[in-house]
Ligand binder design. Structure first.
Ligand code: ADP
Length: 992
């Protein structure tokens, strides 16, 4: 019932109408019923209002209807006294009945109208109404009264229904929006129940949620009075009407639970509940719980009620779903928020802090979660610069602000001072313009400090990098410059450029304590070569104590080259030191009027001189290395030992000239980087390289080359190591020791030969002498002469031998002296033949010579020695005897002499060597023939000392011809030589 205001209104209308009755009644009216009626009505009206005001528990509808009922009785009373059917008060009855009908069910309205009609009829009849006359009128009045009541009551009911529907919808709408504001599920559901129970005139209401594990519908919220809560037991699915709904998943309306057979066997159904409505709460097709409303009175529910119930249940479903989601988000965000190292404050739409995580409480020094405090109240006591903060927060949290991740730095009160970073963002939920905010607090004290330090550092580094870049450029070019002679000038130019000076001078330290100017820039070149001492002038001082700076000085006093300048300068000087030793000094200057050097320039120059020192040192080093390298190369190429180096991959990396010669290799350009096996064709030799590489050991071996080479090579390998254990290759020294070996062999042969050669004649001399001296034997003259001849011959042999040995020693020591003179060679040869023939009785010695031949200029004794040797050999090496032909053949400017035999001959391979010292052919043919291997060597030396040449021609086994030349005397020509006493000999054969 929406409003009961019409009820008292009708009462007072009736009161006024009755009150004004005397004005239009006429004389027949008795006043006392009127007075009674007016008084009673006034009293009733007053009581009604007083009661309503003082006792709110009184149902205004019922009381109002009662009031109108009493009014109707009074009106009937007045009708009786005012003429019955003719009374003017009948409309008042109509008014009262119609008004009351608006507020009650049509049945009640009809009953009331019937009672009033009965009173009306009684009043009319009591007032002497004639039924025959006025019966019809009475009937009409009564029917109108009854009909109007019923119709009005019905219309009012219709209107009420419409009205209540709209009301419910509106209520629901408002409810849902208010419910959505809260997040606590129990509370929200409780609110839902209490605001909707009245829709169904329900006394009891509940929301039960299904516990999926146990299948029990657990009470989540209840609209029952507190004292009834304990009666609300757990209900299983299927039990009672709530359990039925859960099982069937559809709503139910029960007018009388007790009468319903479906719930008869549910013993625990509360007796109080008579009628009930219940609906399942479904989320996404799944049962979450049951919503129920119940009344202690039996009631018939309408389809609207059912609709309403379903709507409310879906509202409950959305609340539950939202709550679950919220719980999920909350539990997640709780973990996140709890573990956040940053402080987090959350405010609601009213600006109250609803959440503060542990980190934020630690930062703000709060012991517990703040209750009911605004952000301002919370932050103000702990922060210093709050005004700026509020300004910032207002800006950030303004509805129009786009979230932009800005933050503000504020200081915390207390020492040591800490700095907080504050950032804030509004929470925008759905279409709510502002449903709170999130404020993040971070302690950035350390970070700010680190940032400050980093900024300083960055600045410093930036400047250094700038300088370093300049220095690096300088350094880079310096290294490239090491080879040029302009290094010093280059360094000076760079120094001048670096500090943007105009003048510059570079001096180098020469011997102890003297510095000499080596390069100038912008300064008169006449200063080059000037010197000053350690400690003298500013550069000398700087050499002792390090870089110096003068903002303005008279250059004449400051430096050696400053005299002619004639203006004051700003001046810098820095010593170039390397490993503690001052190597030189760089000075730079600019006219003081143009430039004043600061500490920065001095430092820059200081840094530069380090680079300069390195450059100078590099240059020195480079020169040393280059020299060293060249020396090594020169050495390598001039030594007679072959040197070959290979890298770890056995590729040839170095071959010297001797190696090329010994091994007959192509030029190094063609062998470089090729595998040693490809380069060195001698397998054994190449293998030594590989073995040495593989074993990483130094090897020493001798290699006998295959015939016909026959050479003997000595190879020694060494590892090339940059540092111990770090091998980059191996190097081998290769020596041709063939000659050496042969010499050694020859020497030892010589010793045995000489001892043999000495012993043989000595033995015979001793034997013959001893024989001659025997006292017991008388020798005849002939025998004695023979004996003495043998002794003489053996002595000659000894003498020759000794002479040979002495000659060798003279030749080797360069003491071979020639007593040259012009003589007739043929004559000499004939004399020699005469001497020798007797010694070789088995051989026939012949001379072939031109008839006349000019004299030769030579030492006749030495030439005799040569002939003796050759003839001696010819006889020796033709053991079976034969002819020995001596030939003299005049040629232009020289005479060619030869001694030919038909003896054993010389093997071809020995021919080039037989003139070598101690060289002897050792074969079957010569084994029994003793000799020293000196004769040919001495002969060769003598011939060559005369300016001639000697050589041999031989066919092994057939004989040999030894030839040599001697120059004619320069005074005569070979053809018509001037005769001298010695040159008597004629050409022809020399006989015995
Ligand atoms: P030796 O004292 O051994 O004769 P030489 O210097 O005179 O020393 O000769 C050197 C070598 O030359 C001899 O050992 C010999 O083998 C060889 N030789 C020299 N002359 C002749 C020759 N006429 N016929 C064959 N072989 C010769």
């Amino acid at each position: 019932m929406k409003s009961a205001k019409l009820l008292p209104l009708s009462h007072w209308i009736a009161f006024i109408v009755v009150g004004f009755y005397p004005l239009y009644s006429g004389d027949d009216m008795e006043y006392w019923p009127w007075i009674v009626a007016v008084a009673v009505m006034a009293v009733l009206g007053t009581v009604y209002h007083v009661t309503r005001r003082s006792r709110s528990s009184v149902n205004p509808g019922m009381w109002g209807i009662t009031l109108l009922g009493l009014d109707a009785i009074l009106v009937c009373f007045l009708i009786y006294y005012s003429g019955g059917i003719a009374s003017p008060f009948y409309p008042l009855l109509f008014l009262l009945c119609a008004t009351a009908s608006l507020y009650d069910h049509w049945t009640n309205a009809l009953s009331m109208a019937s009672v009033v009609s009965a009173g009306y009829i009684a009043a009319c009849i009591g007032a002497d109404m004639v039924l025959a006359e006025d019966g019809a009128r009475l009937l009409i009045n009564v029917v109108i009264l009854l009909g109007a009541s019923v119709i009005l009551s019905y219309l009012a009911e219709l209107d009420r229904r419409e009205h209540s529907k709209a009301e419910r919808v509106e209520a629901l709408y408002q409810l849902s929006s208010t419910l959505m504001e809260k997040v606590d599920l129990k509370e929200t559901l409780h609110n839902l129940l209490s605001s909707t129970a009245s829709f169904f005139h329900a006394d009891v209401s509940s929301v039960r949620l299904l516990d999926r594990k146990s299948g029990i519908l657990v009470l989540e919220a209840s609209g029952a009075p507190a004292d009834e809560l304990d009666e609300q037991i757990d209900i299983s699915v299927g039990e009672g009407f709530i359990g039925w709904v859960a099982e069937e998943k559809r709503p139910i309306l029960v007018s009388d639970v007790l009468e319903d057979p479906r719930f008869a066997d549910f013993p625990q159904a509360r007796k109080k509940v008579r009628s009930a409505l219940a609906a399942p709460i479904m989320v996404g097709g799944e049962l979450m719980g049951v919503l129920s409303f119940a009344s202690t009175q039996p009631r018939n529910f309408s389809s609207e009620d059912l609709q309403m119930l379903v709507t409310i249940s879906s509202l409950a479903a959305s609340l539950i779903a939202r709550s679950e989601l919220y719980q999920m988000v909350l539990s997640r965000s709780e973990v996140i928020v709890g573990s956040m190292s940053s402080g987090l404050l959350v405010t609601d739409s009213a600006g109250k802090v609803v959440m503060a995580n542990q980190a934020s409480r630690d930062l703000l020094g709060l012991e517990s979660m703040p209750r009911d405090k605004s952000l301002r109240e919370l932050l103000e006591p702990t922060l210093l610069d709050t005004e700026a903060l509020w300004g910032f927060l207002e800006g950030e949290l303004a509805p129009a602000t786009e979230h932009s991740h800005t933050h503000l730095e504020v200081h915390l009160r207390g020492t040591p001072e800490r700095i907080l970073s504050v950032s804030a963002s509004p929470i925008r939920a759905g279409y709510e313009p502002h449903s709170g905010s999130v404020v993040i607090l971070e302690d950035i004290t350390e970070r700010v400090k680190v940032d400050e330090i980093r900024d300083d550092l960055m600045l410093l580094i930036a400047r250094r990098v700038e300088e370093q870049t300049a220095l690096y450029e300088v350094g880079k070019s310096l290294v490239d410059e090491v080879e040029t002679h302009d290094l010093l000038e280059f360094l000076l130019d760079k120094a001048v450029d670096l500090v943007d000076a105009e003048l510059g001078v570079l001096s180098l330290r020469e011997e102890e304590g003297i510095y000499r100017i080596k390069a100038v820039h912008g300064v008169d070149a006449g200063n080059l070569g000037l010197s000053y001492r350690h400690g003298e002038y500013l550069p000398g001082e700087a050499a002792v104590q390090g870089p110096l700076r003068r903002v303005e000085i008279d250059p004449a006093n400051a430096t050696r080259w400053g005299e002619g300048l004639g203006y004051r300068v700003s001046y810098l000087v820095a010593p170039i030191t390397w490993q503690g030793v001052t190597k030189g000094v760089i000075e730079v200057a600019s006219p003081a009027s143009a430039r004043a050097f600061g500490e920065d320039e001095l430092r820059l120059l200081g840094l530069f001189v380090n680079q300069a020192a390195i450059a100078l040192e590099n240059s020195n080093l480079y020169r040393l290395i280059t020299e060293d390298q060249r020396r090594t190369e020169a050495m390598l190429h001039s030594i007679n030992d072959g040197v070959i180096a290979v890298n770890n991959d056995a590729q040839v990396i170095l071959v010297n000239a001797a190696a090329e010669r010994i091994l007959d290799l192509p030029p190094f350009g063609e062998t470089e980087k090729r595998h040693v096996k490809e380069v060195i064709r001698i397998q054994n030799l190449a293998n030594i390289f590989l073995r040495s590489l593989n074993t990483s050991r130094e090897l020493g071996e001798e290699i006998q080359l295959e015939p016909p080479d026959r050479r003997l090579l000595e190879v020694e390998t060494s590892l090339i190591e940059t540092s111990p254990g770090e091998r980059i290759g191996i190097i081998a020294v290769i020596r041709d020791i063939t000659a050496l070996r042969e010499l050694e062999q020859a020497k030892s042969d010589f010793v045995s030969t000489v001892s043999h050669e000495l012993r043989t004649p000595l033995t015979s001399i001793k034997a013959y002498t001893a024989t001659l001296r025997r006292p017991d034997v008388e020798f005849d003259e002939k025998t004695r002469q023979d004996f003495l001849q043998v002794i003489e011959e053996e002595t000659d042999r000894l003498t020759r031998l000794v002479a040979d040995i002495l000659d060798v020693s003279r030749i080797e020591s360069g003491r071979l002296t020639l007593k040259k003179r012009d003589f007739d060679l043929a004559k000499l040869v004939r004399i020699i033949i005469g001497k020798l023939q007797s010694q070789f009785p088995n051989h026939e010695i012949k001379l072939v010579s031109p008839e006349s031949m000019g004299p030769v200029r030579a030492d006749p004794d030495k030439i005799e020695q040569v002939f003796s040797n050759l003839v001696d050999n010819a006889a020796k090496y033709s053991p079976s005897g034969g002819e020995i032909v001596l030939t003299l053949e005049a040629q232009p400017r020289k005479v060619e002499c030869s001694v030919a035999d038909s003896g054993v001959g010389v093997p071809a391979e020995h021919l080039p060597h037989i003139f070598e010292k101690f060289h002897r052919v050792d074969n079957r043919a010569t084994r029994e023939i003793y000799g020293t291997g000196l004769g040919l060597f001495v002969s060769k030396s003598i011939v060559e000392a005369h300016g001639g040449t000697i050589w041999a021609e031989s066919v092994f086994g057939e004989g040999s011809t030894f030839r040599f030349t001697l120059p004619f005397s320069s005074r005569v020509d070979g053809g018509d030589a001037e005769r001298s006493p010695l040159l008597e000999g004629r050409g022809g054969e020399a006989g015995d």
